[in-house]
Design a protein around this ligand. Structure first.
Ligand code: ZN
Length: 222
């Protein structure tokens, strides 16, 4: 199924589908659960276009490559190019806010970390970034006061609060644009709070951005 960025009415926003830029280790509680350390500079990685899919259709996970973990993150859709942007420019480039999963093959990632290799094999496979619709930025009161929840089979697995981010959304996007150009249609995934764990085909998944939307979907094998 071809992916396109959707607004909260399910309509095509009309922005191109580009890359996904992600940040790791952006919440202290997740750094602690992984026995990781706080990175001096934000830990950045990318997912290609083929990683994006509509989470409402399904969360499709690889079934032969070890555990595939949920990481529910606030997603940001950009509507213009950003290069060496200041915070004002970064703020003005946000089309809207949604939620996305940064699906992660945890054993593969551990092996890559051990070898000092990049994470793409564990995080950048096709359908590794199931994304929700986007709420227009005009409907968002405060980017640093967003609350989000992941429920699996009726049990809350992750609860996030963007006020607890180590790198807040606007400065993070401005910083990313000093490393590489961000483009219209890029999506930024802003890091996961604690509560990562394995997904299994058949799991019922519910994601919620408090005050904006709740969406139900299902895990399938790919
Ligand atoms: Zn993540």
């Amino acid at each position: 199924m071809t992916y396109y960025h959707q607004n909260d009415k399910g309509q095509d926003i009309g922005l191109p589908v580009n890359k996904v830029v992600c940040v790791g280790r952006n919440y202290l509680d997740h750094i602690n659960e992984m026995n990781s350390t706080v990175s001096e500079a934000p830990l950045l990685f990318m997912k290609p276009k083929a990683a994006m899919c509509n989470i409402a259709n399904a969360v499709a996970i690889p079934t032969t490559m070890g555990p595939c973990h949920n990481e529910l993150e606030v997603s940001v859709l950009l509507n213009r190019e950003l290069k060496n942007a200041n915070e004002e420019e970064a703020k003005n480039a946000i089309w809207g806010i949604g939620l996305g999963l940064d699906l992660t093959l945890r054993e593969a990632q551990a092996a890559l970390k051990k070898d000092g290799q990049p994470w793409e094999r564990a995080k950048s496979f096709d359908n590794s970034a199931p994304l929700s619709q986007f709420v227009p930025i005009s409907a968002i009161n405060d980017l640093d006061d967003l609350h989000f929840t992941l429920t699996i089979n009726g049990e809350v697995r992750q609860q996030g609060d963007t006020s607890l981010m180590l790198n807040k959304i606007i400065p993070l996007i401005a910083h990313m644009s000093t490393i590489f150009t961000l483009d219209a249609g890029d999506v930024v995934l802003t890091g996961t709070p604690k509560g990562v764990g394995p997904l299994l085909p058949g799991d019922n998944v519910s994601i919620s951005l408090q005050g904006h939307f709740t969406l139900d979907t299902k895990v399938v094998g790919q």
